[in-house]
Design a protein around this ligand. Structure first.
Ligand SMILES: [Fe+2]
Length: 184
């Protein structure tokens, strides 16, 4: 039920196929992280936070100070739990990232971008051949996917207690699991 409501919000607010794919990637990663971190029973909620975190990106593009305001309002109307709304707002510094779910959205958002970019530079443009080693190499290349903020990804250590290779591995496997939807 909640996912259908979330998808309706995505359908309403998201035009860009790339943003839609970024949201689906982040949803899959968040579900993977919930399982990995044994956030019992939270997989659904974590997935929804990932799915919705950038849903109003286009709607607020011209005024990024408003990023997450629009989607948070839709979520409140749709009856989403406050901790999911706070996790969405937290990734844009609009709410304190107190929950593990909020910390996970913040850390994995840019990992999703890094991993997509790593697939797209391959000759086959597929996630299947991407490895954690290749991601670590890309991570250290400052000129590669500059938009993927390394500092934010590195918060996986202090905030989630996960070493970078472990974190990238969970993110990569999760994205590989939805590669068809991501067209990667
Ligand atoms: Fe994002």
């Amino acid at each position: 039920m909640d996912r259908a409501v979330a998808m309706a919000i995505v359908d309403e607010l998201v035009q860009s196929p790339n943003i839609r794919k970024h949201l689906l990637a982040t949803e899959a990663i968040m579900r993977g992280l919930a399982r990995h971190l044994h956030a019992e029973g939270a997989e659904e909620a974590w997935g929804l936070a990932g799915l919705l975190h950038d849903a109003d990106y286009e709607a607020t593009e011209k005024d990024l100070d408003r990023h997450t305001d629009v989607v948070a309002e839709r979520m409140a109307k749709g009856g989403f739990a406050q901790d999911i709304i706070d996790a969405v707002r937290g990734h844009a510094d609009k709410a304190p990232r107190t929950s593990l779910m909020a910390k996970a959205v913040y850390a994995c958002d840019n990992a999703a971008g890094l991993i997509s970019a790593a697939a797209l530079v391959r000759p086959d443009k597929k996630l299947a051949g991407v490895t954690v080693d290749s991601l670590l190499k890309r991570f250290r290349e400052k000129s590669f996917a500059r938009g993927a903020n390394r500092e934010e990804i590195l918060t996986c250590g202090a905030e989630l207690g996960m070493l970078l290779p472990d974190f990238l591995n969970v993110c990569l496997r999760a994205m590989q699991g939805v590669s068809k939807e991501l067209e990667l």
